[in-house]
Ligand binder design. Sequence first.
Ligand SMILES: *Cc1c(COP(=O)(O)O)cnc(C)c1O
Length: 412
Amino acid sequence: MAVKLPIYMDNAATTRTDPRVVEAMLPYFTEKFGNSASRNHKFGWEGEDAVDRAREQAAALIGASPKEIVWTSGSTESNNLAIKGAARMYAKAPEGQTGRGHIITAAHEHKAVLDPCKRLQNEGFEVTFLQPPADGVITRQMVAEAMRDDTILVSIMWTNNEIGTINEVPEIGALCHERGVIFHTDATQWVGKMPTDVEKDHIDLMSWSGHKMYGPKGVGALYVRRRNPRVRLEAIQDGGGHERGMRSGTLNVTGIVGLGKACELALQEMDTDHERLLNLRRKLERELSSRLEVTQVNGHLERRVPHILNISFGFVEGESLLMGIKDIACSSGSACTSASLEPSYVLKSLGVGDELAHSSLRLSLGRWSTEEEIDYAIEGIVKAVNHLRTMSPLWDLHKEGIDVSKIEWQTH
Ligand SMILES: *Cc1c(COP(=O)(O)O)cnc(C)c1O
């Protein structure tokens, strides 16, 4: 079967919306366009019913009750509301004073967690950014060691979006509950792909997003625990008092219907998706590692979600590698900041050198990835890496048995 180009291998950045999701959404643009807050007529009731159904679908996916779901515009907003909302609500001193409380997060979290935490630092909170070990996994032990008497909030993501590693979330949640500390997890790359139970996993606040799980963009959810303990949040956006006062603004009914449907499908197809993607990723990983020398899979080899592979290739230049695989849409270990190309801060935090970080690829699979695409990507990447190495003087030295690692990385 011919492969349609370009191949999409960037599902950790966003996913294609499932056509069944689109179909569920369509009536809510036109016939059923009511504002779910309109209490006096059928249009409003239809909107409200749709939102209620989506709340049930989302809650069912994570073992929550529908009342514990707060709709947002995506994980960035969910993280902001959870982190700033909880910190400000449970602050130990008023704004403008120091000693307002201690927060624990990790250095390789998504910017949508790091930046709210940095803002809270400016407001008088103290934040510990845990340095991950080389395998990228944050453990209960690390959080326990960072915990203080004045710790009010822990925010540790479930799965890292660049390397796919799985942190010890249920264990960290249990620790937080033992110590009476609020626990938030950014579960954007986890929910819908792996079984989730907010009770068993001891979660108080959990963010996830429609467009990372075959739903639409611009809609997300925040789980907010209502009992044992009841978690309260200070709102960021005021007006109207929607979502129990935590997130005012007319609900994105269409998007919410889509996210609800995406949650329902995820629950139904989780097992089959999981097994299929795991096999595909394993093939990709196995072939690239065995057919190319000097490759390195980044992050823990077992504690990983099925859909993400982050792999570095020594002796190739990152930008040239991307140019060489133009018909494979994926992410690199570099981030474009203003003018320069910066190595990924996530890979750096694991101790991956700048050069190797630049020559890394994040290949992320999804519901529509096929075996033919995987085969095509393997051939394309192997060919590109081999080609670039034939032009590399350092590769020649390496092949002659000279240790060039020092020449190559130490000057940076
Ligand atoms: C994509 C992503 C986000 C941001 O989600 P949006 O819905 O795009 O705002 C946050 N955290 C992680 C781990 C992500 O992968």
